[in-house]
Design a protein around this ligand. Structure first.
Ligand code: ATP
Ligand code: MG
Length: 641
């Protein structure tokens, strides 16, 4: 393929992105304007014109699926061999490759979840920790680690920022500290530590940094608006003194700030990289003018600081449909009918998505689609009846049904059983814990509904089993059911944004103006997934006759309706300060303090026989590297374009 062929399918601004083969380049553009397309073509253009070797390109994105899509598009553009990975996958590869050589022995195992370790530490830390939901604690530790906030800094930082921790800050700091200690003792790493250790290896071992930087010379980051401080630290380590980096993103699509992500790295890019080429794309190639107009109005209402108004390129399509339903089952059935009607006009089921705020919402849509005989797949989450918390609850309910005196009132009996597996009166703050709670709550609400119809516990369990069985029907291709978070970067011909009520979108625990604005960005992400057909709907009550709810405040003005009212780590190095260890040639074992004579041991920094004290040493040097001042300097000021 000739370089000119790569440019053929691009508009003038996208072409500018592709032709700016040397960084730093920043593309700030709205949804559907072809950012992902522009960076793929930029890489292919640079490869075909001989600016870089494909193997020297590292393209980073946020989901495995997006990374796979980048690789596929690059193959189609004649540029196989480019490394397109998520931050975690790229870091894990490097860590696994360099570990045996630099540290010695097997690299630590990766843990998918912090929860089992937290279950162990919580028992001994304090009363609040013992009673807390481990998943909430896990989310909080993830937030702290992604923000490079260490256990000993945690309590003070939380107080300064006004953040509400799941348990009192001092106790949370002890949980975090104990978690990190147990994690090191077990020689395991979580996702954040993978990134941290890779950056630390590069900071402490110049030869590792030189090798990685020698290999990767050309960096591209998609969805840069959702980069967190730890990912930014790693990107900076990869870059070293260079600035051949191209970032693309949309500040109006920042939807992960609860994990510490910030669009300030994107909007501050020109300040951090003076002389950067900044390119804006405004033509929307994804959606019809009707969908684009609605997306633009959402940004206007939000008074979004980054007015990246979109200009539609596609031909006219139908107006977005706003539909109010009396209750959720009616809403789900209405959506199933609309999906069927669209399918009859030629919109394939695989080109249709039903998007919602939280995974627990999927159950009612799964049910309605199953009843209508429409195949579906659930993205980014287990199907409702396959979720661990639901399966556990169903097992317990089934056991209780066998031994029930049935005179038992259904709703209180179910509440009692579900409270044993985590259904608290008040919902947890967020994250996975919140979703588990929502799943259990959905079960409890179903029990209430069925109780009103005279059902008993065995009847309720029989109904659950009937529903579970119906939803296990195998399907090959079907409608996508996905949370708004997992729909990022994707597109479908027809999109149904469902369950748009206040309390669900914005989610009830979004209390601060910043949290509500992040919810509004989720709404914008949802709208901009649609190419042609867009349906927005809400139900005034959860079930027939239940208390009424208010449509989402984000619909005000759109529908024509009047708006309703770090830890002081025990240095394992016999008192040597991190900085000394970093700069002085290692002459004594950092574990036992013995003088090292063998060159190989000096290189390792410890006796070959001493246990690996891997991340204490590595991370200490990382911290020395990341002085408080440097940290501040790395976060550019907020810039309004
Ligand atoms: P998001 O912000 O949602 O990630 P994006 O800016 O990355 O969106 P892409 O996914 O790259 O947008 O492009 C959106 C759609 O528009 C895709 O189907 C893409 O193929 C198409 N597209 C982009 N640019 C052009 C173009 N110049 N000509 C024709 N189609 C285009
Ligand atoms: Mg994209």
């Amino acid at each position: 393929m000739e370089p000119a062929d790569v440019l053929a399918g691009l508009d003038p601004e996208q072409r500018e992105v592709a032709e700016a083969v040397r960084g730093p380049v920043c593309v700030l553009a709205g949804a559907g304007t072809g950012k992902t397309r522009a960076i793929t073509h930029r890489i292919a253009y640079a490869v075909h014109s001989g600016v870089v070797d494909a193997r020297g390109v590292l393209a980073v994105t946020f989901t495995t699926r997006a990374a796979g899509e980048l690789r596929q598009r690059l193959r189609a553009l004649g540029a196989p061999g480019v490394q397109a990975r998520t931050f975690h996958a790229a870091a894990l590869r490097q860590l696994t490759y360099f570990w045996p050589r630099v540290i010695g022995g097997e690299p630590p195992a990766v843990i998918e979840s912090k929860v089992p370790l937290l279950r162990t530490v919580c028992r001994s830390v304090g009363r609040e920790a013992a009673q807390a939901e481990p998943r909430d604690l896990a989310s909080e530790i993830e937030w702290a680690k992604a923000g490079q906030i260490y256990p000993e800094e945690y309590a003070e930082t939380v107080k300064k920022t006004g953040r509400t921790p799941p348990i009192p800050a001092e106790e949370m700091a002890r949980v975090y500290d104990a978690y990190e200690a147990l994690r090191r003792e077990r020689h395991v790493v979580d996702f954040e530590t993978i990134l941290e250790l890779t950056a630390a290896l590069m900071a402490e071992h110049g030869e590792v940094a030189a090798e990685i930087r020698g290999q990767y010379r050309y960096f591209v980051v998609d969805e840069y608006q959702d980069v967190n401080p730890l990912q930014k630290l790693l990107l900076d380590a990869w870059l070293g003194e260079r600035d051949d980096v191209c970032v693309v993103g949309d500040p109006n699509q920042t939807i992960y700030s609860f994990t510490g992500a910030t669009s300030r790295y994107l909007t501050g890019f020109p300040v951090e990289h003076p002389g950067a080429t900044v390119i804006r794309l405004v033509r929307d190639y994804r959606s019809t003018p009707q969908v684009v107009s609605l997306a633009n109005r959402v940004l206007e209402v939000a008074r979004a600081p980054h007015r990246l108004s979109l200009v539609a390129q596609r031909p006219d399509g139908p107006e977005p449909a706003f539909t109010e339903y009396a209750d959720e089952p009616a809403e789900a059935a209405g959506i199933a009918r609309a999906v069927r009607a669209l399918a009859e006009t030629g919109v394939p089921l695989r080109e249709t998505a039903v998007l919602f705020r939280i995974n627990a919402q999927s159950q009612v849509y799964e049910q309605a689609l199953a009843e209508a005989g429409i195949p579906y797949l659930v993205r980014g989450a287990d199907r409702f009846f396959e979720r661990p918390e639901v399966r556990k609850a169903v097992v317990l309910l089934r056991g209780a049904a066998r031994s029930a005196g049935a005179g038992d009132d259904l709703a209180p009996a179910v509440h009692h059983i579900l409270s044993g597996v985590g259904l608290t009166p008040e919902p947890p703050a967020g994250g996975r814990a919140r979703e588990e709670w929502e799943s259990l709550k959905a079960l409890a609400e179903l029990a209430e509904d069925l109780a009103a119809q005279g059902a008993d516990l065995p009847g309720f369990v029989a109904e659950l089993e009937r529903r579970a069985a119906e939803q296990h029907a195998p399907e090959v291709e079907g409608v996508t059911l996905a949370s708004l978070h997992s729909a990022k970067g994707l597109e479908w011909d027809a999109v149904f944004l469902a369950g748009l009520t206040d309390g669900t979108l914005p989610i009830v625990h979004a209390r601060t103006p910043e949290q509500v604005e992040e919810e509004r960005r989720l709404f914008y992400v949802g709208i901009t997934r649609a190419r042609v057909h867009l349906g927005l709907s809400w139900a005034l009550a959860r079930s027939p006759g239940a208390r009424s709810r208010r449509p989402s405040r984000f619909l005000d003005g759109l529908t024509g309706r009047a708006p309703a009212a770090q830890r002081s780590r025990t240095a394992g190095t016999a008192g040597a300060s991190p900085r000394q260890r970093t700069v002085a040639a290692p002459v004594s074992c950092r574990v036992c303090g013995k003088t090292l004579t063998a060159a190989a041991e000096q290189k390792l920094g410890r006796c070959a026989a001493c246990p690996v004290d891997y991340d204490t040493g590595l991370l200490e040097s990382l911290r020395a590297w990341r002085t408080a001042a440097a940290k501040e300097a790395k976060v550019p000021p907020y810039v309004v374009f």
